[in-house]
Design a binder for this molecule. Structure first.
Ligand code: MTE
Length: 320
């Protein structure tokens, strides 16, 4: 994503096991009611679940309403090709991110809510029902993956937070801890990483809080223990390792808008016809598929779910 230097594609070519193998095991494991870990044993080991008290909740049943006519991205690729500036600006931060301690993990619910409070992340797990959803994932850098996330609808979490009717947006913030996240020592970035959605976006059925991936707890490099997924928007909207949800009547200023307003807007919906100043959005590279490029779809292919959110917002900067 950045700003200071351009990088080439950094995905190594690997001898990929087709991701259909993962899907087959998952469906079998879920159907047979096998314990979590049954599919993890022979899967890629970079999603350690050992210190995660929620490991027993996976795999969750897949919600078949959300279908993607593409092969899943290989887990090995997805878990080693990340953007998480708190741990560095390269794509290979997965090892550095293991320094993040994910328990205890407190989450603040603030602003225009009936009862502002701080909760333990495990209380959120107790209140939410997990499911798996396969979504397309699209970065503004014009690469794409297809990912099986596990988590819960953001709409269910918003309801649990009991916002007041005056709340029009929800702002989401990542942890702040420069002692473990070396990127946060770079003072030119407006830490903490902040993102936001309007309330109607946040309660759209697609908006999702991911707690897991590939049938396991989400690893730190993907934003453990809670990260947003808004699949019709560019990936930078999906803040990782969230610690604070603020309900507000004002559109929040996000990390990337603060840094480079000309390049990154608040709405950031995927549109092949609106190029980013540094990346054409007409096509996207499917990561891990030998450089294969495919046409980009408006709203990343999710227009049926979300286009109506924007009919009354035509005067706004809806795209990059
Ligand atoms: N969240 C935080 N806290 N820090 C980040 O640097 N990068 C964003 C988003 N969420 C980022 C973040 C960007 S630019 C992208 S494309 C996605 O995370 C990448 O998600 P992934 O690494 O899980 O594929």
């Amino acid at each position: 994503m950045l700003i200071k230097r351009t990088r080439g594609w950094e995905v190594p070519e690997r001898d990929a096991t087709p991701e259909s193998v993962y899907s087959r095991r998952h469906v079998l494991a879920a159907g047979a009611g096998l314990a979590a870990g049954a599919i993890a044993g022979d899967a890629f080991a970079q999603a350690p679940a050992g210190d995660d008290p929620t490991a027993g909740l996976y795999p969750a049943m897949r919600n078949m309403r959300y279908r993607v006519e593409r092969e899943l991205t290989e887990e090995r690729i997805a878990t080693t090709y990340n953007n998480f500036y708190e741990f560095g600006t390269s794509k290979t931060i997965w090892q550095a991110a293991q320094a993040l301690k994910i328990r205890p993990w407190q989450v603040k619910i603030e602003g225009l809510v009936e009862n502002p409070r701080t909760v333990d992340v495990d209380d959120i797990f107790k209140a939410m029902r997990l499911e798996e959803r396969v979504y397309r994932f699209r970065c503004v850098e014009a690469w794409a993956m297809t990912v099986p996330w596990t988590g819960f609808p953001l709409a269910a979490f918003v309801e649990w937070c009991k916002p007041l009717s005056a709340a029009k947006y929800v702002q989401m913030e990542t942890f702040s801890n420069p002692a473990v996240a070396p990127g946060q020592r770079a003072t030119w970035y407006p830490w903490p990483y902040t993102e936001g959605l309007s309330i109607d976006e946040a309660t759209n059925e697609l908006a999702f809080i991911a707690t897991g991936i590939y049938g396991k707890p989400v690893p730190r490099q993907h934003g453990a223990p809670l990260r947003l997924i808004a699949p019709w928007k560019y990936g930078f909207k999906s803040g990782k390792s969230l610690v604070r949800f603020v309900f507000t009547d004002k559109q929040p200023k996000t990390f990337w808008e603060t840094l480079a307003e000309k390049e990154y807007g608040f709405w950031a919906n995927v549109n092949p016809k609106v190029p980013h100043p540094r990346w054409s959005q007409a096509t996207e590279e499917l990561i891990g598929k030998n450089g294969q490029r495919v046409p980009t779809q408006i709203f990343n292919g999710y227009g049926d779910f979300v286009a109506s959110l924007y009919t009354d917002r035509q005067n706004e900067r809806l795209w990059a």
